[in-house]
Design a protein around this ligand. Structure first.
Ligand SMILES: Nc1ncnc2c1ncn2[C@@H]1O[C@H](COP(=O)(O)OP(=O)(O)OP(=O)(O)O)[C@@H](O)[C@H]1O
Ligand SMILES: [Mg+2]
Length: 378
């Protein structure tokens, strides 16, 4: 509980101020906390806006601490700092938008039947579009074979999910900030199977996901392609599946095979479709006919159509330039389609009916499901 007058102990990532700093709560607001300017050994510190603090009430253990970011500094009438509240992440001064009735993160797994159809490109650009809409978004690279989100964003992150699993780092230390405040958990290639994690590693993953559950509105998982249990477990555990295909009949057939497999394993899946690399007028109608209608008729599995992204040289170019097309070519047709997809996605129902009754939602529920699934298939 934070209340005015509560003494606080802070540490910071700012190299000028090693060791602990003292402060006090001045005021507690909705998404912000006002504290007295921190002192170190009785001397005033001059921490800049944007500095990251680890904050805990004096006398409590580090477990009760939280991460905060300095939003503003005030000198009159009192020297104070305004910092982010626990469970919020700064959105460049903008207030985070919340889903109605949703207090936990909504987990969306992006996948495809065939590889190379544009999952990672969509994950990154959609993540940025959703952040721009005001949602707190975390993109997790769970393509454990060929992790490349971080590479495509040119982020050069120091740590990745591997450091989390071997116990070297905590999840919040690994998250890196991408464009528009999008938070990214970089993947690690060569971590072939989550099923191979030992119990200690799995517990670590569970605890870490629980830790960030309330920090985000949306968690996007960029998965690998295909029907290995390593991928399908993520799909079945997620709140919803965003299936990507291109209009090529092979890709559509592989998408159908994937839906067939997972819909047999679990009913009431919430699946949405994006058709990428559309180049001909009949493409959209053909995929709808061959995939949506067939899934409904033969698998009794409805699929919501979210939209198309045109086949565009700007997309390919932006990948080569390692800059997401939504940022580099904001006026392109591809960027326009993506914004429509982001709006449709966030305007639509958040969870599949089965989950509405669940007491636990979001990442907490997701990881519980994942645990059951990997235990069963591992
Ligand atoms: N809309 C588009 N227009 C043109 N080219 C595109 C488009 N979307 C994706 N591509 C091309 O497809 C390639 C593969 O995209 P991406 O890496 O996003 O696919 P993926 O599904 O994540 O692949 P993997 O299955 O290997 O993870 C990109 O390098 C890009 O050149
Ligand atoms: Mg990929």
């Amino acid at each position: 509980m934070l209340y005015p007058g509560l003494p606080l102990i802070l540490t910071t990532d700012n190299p000028l101020y090693r060791g602990t700093l003292d402060s006090k709560v001045v005021a507690v607001e909705d998404s912000k906390l006002v504290i007295t300017a921190p002192l170190q050994n009785g001397k005033l510190t001059l921490l800049p806006v944007g500095a990251i603090l680890q904050v805990r009430p004096a006398g409590s253990t580090e477990q009760h601490g939280f991460r905060a970011e300095i939003l503003t500094r005030t000198f009159q009438p009192q020297r104070t700092l305004t910092v982010t509240m626990p469970h919020t992440i700064s959105r460049g001064g903008r207030s985070p938008v919340k889903f109605e009735n949703t207090t936990t993160a909504r987990v969306i797994a992006i996948t495809s039947g065939k590889g190379g159809v544009g999952k990672t490109t969509l994950s990154i650009n959609l993540g940025i579009a959703l952040s721009r809409l005001g949602f707190r978004v975390c993109l997790i690279d769970v393509d454990l074979g060929t992790a490349n989100v971080e590479f495509l964003l040119g982020l050069n992150a120091r740590y990745n999910i591997g450091h989390l699993l071997n116990g070297e780092m905590g999840l919040k230390d690994i998250l890196v900030e991408g464009p528009e405040g999008l938070q990214i958990l970089p993947g690690a290639s060569g971590l072939e199977k989550l099923a191979n994690l030992n119990e200690w590693q799995f517990t670590r993953l569970v605890n870490s996901f629980n830790e960030i559950d309330k920090l985000f509105d949306l968690v996007i998982l960029d998965t690998g392609a295909g029907i290995s249990s390593n991928v399908t477990n993520f799909l079945m555990a997620a709140d919803e599946i965003l299936l990507v295909t291109n209009p090529d009949p092979h890709a559509v057939l592989d998408a159908y095979a994937l839906i067939k497999t997972i819909s047999r394993l679990r009913d009431k899946l919430n699946i949405k479709l994006v058709v990428n690399r559309v180049s001909k007028p009949g493409d959209e109608a053909r995929v709808k006919l061959n995939l949506l209608n067939t899934c409904q008729a033969y698998l009794n599995q409805p699929i919501e159509f979210l939209g198309v992204i045109p086949d565009s040289s700007t997309v390919a170019l932006s990948i080569r330039e390692m800059t997401p097309f939504i940022l580099h070519y904001p006026d392109s047709a591809a960027a326009g389609s993506l914004i429509n997809i982001a709006q449709r996605l966030t305007g639509s129902a958040a969870r599949r009916p089965q989950q509405e009754a669940d007491e636990q939602g979001g990442l907490r529920r997701f990881i519980g499901e994942l645990q059951k699934l990997f235990t069963a298939s591992g």
